[in-house]
Design a protein around this ligand. Structure first.
Ligand SMILES: CC(C)(COP(=O)(O)OP(=O)(O)OC[C@H]1O[C@@H](n2cnc3c(N)ncnc32)[C@H](O)[C@@H]1OP(=O)(O)O)[C@@H](O)C(=O)NCCC(=O)NCCS
Length: 174
């Protein structure tokens, strides 16, 4: 599946032969990131950001974009054959103290189901661990069964929050 071992900057070949480069996000990625969001369905935007309208989301996009300051680690996937086209991201937001991070992942709809979400998740978790993260948290809307199953297979344990509106996941990095 991959040409090299999994690490940022390397090129990986997805299940359908698409080549992606996994790298850390930078400030200049904002317009590219917006184009990636435009390629997402409203359902994907809802599952990732809990915002119903894509148009409303894009108006406030700057507030959601972050290229990973000191407290954040953001990995993006860029098409090798179409430089400047981002197709997915995974991020770890470090909670002050450094040992706990919040995780989230998104793959734009046309590139889902090809193995990219798995790659991004594995890389973000590995990089978090290298930075000293010991516990990873995730918040998911209950109807997002795909991501709950996906993360359960990768060692996350889930429980409903007390008011039942959110599933809270946790993974200990060992
Ligand atoms: C969840 C998500 C990141 C998965 O990315 P992806 O690139 O499609 O995932 P992969 O191709 O690596 O597949 C991962 C697994 O999910 C399964 N899967 C992928 N799409 C699926 C679908 N539509 N329905 C059911 N299972 C699906 C695959 O079979 C695979 O199974 P495995 O765990 O046995 O390997 C992607 O669907 C997405 O961005 N969803 C919307 C945003 C979101 O929900 N983010 C989570 C908030 S933190």
């Amino acid at each position: 599946m991959s040409e090299t071992s999994l690490s940022p900057g390397w090129v990986h070949v997805l299940r359908d032969g698409t080549k992606v480069r996994l790298r850390l996000a930078c400030r200049e990625d904002f317009p590219l990131w917006c184009r990636m969001i435009e390629a997402c369905t409203p359902e994907t935007i809802w599952k990732r950001f809990e915002v119903h309208s894509k148009e409303v989301f894009l108006k406030r996009a700057e507030g959601f974009f972050s290229c990973g300051g000191e407290g954040e680690l953001v990995v993006v996937a860029e098409l090798v054959e179409r430089p400047g086209t981002l197709v997915g991201e995974a991020r770890m937001c470090l909670i002050p103290g450094g040992e706990v991070a919040e995780f989230c992942v998104l793959v734009a709809d046309p590139w889902q189901g090809k193995g990219l979400g798995s790659l991004l998740t594995e890389l973000a978790l590995r990089m978090g661990k290298e930075r000293g993260v010991k516990r990873v948290l995730v918040e998911v809307v209950p109807e997002n069964v795909t991501i709950i199953n996906f993360l359960r297979k990768r060692g996350f344990r889930f429980r409903r929050d007390p008011d039942g509106l959110i599933f809270l996941g946790e993974k200990i990095l060992d």
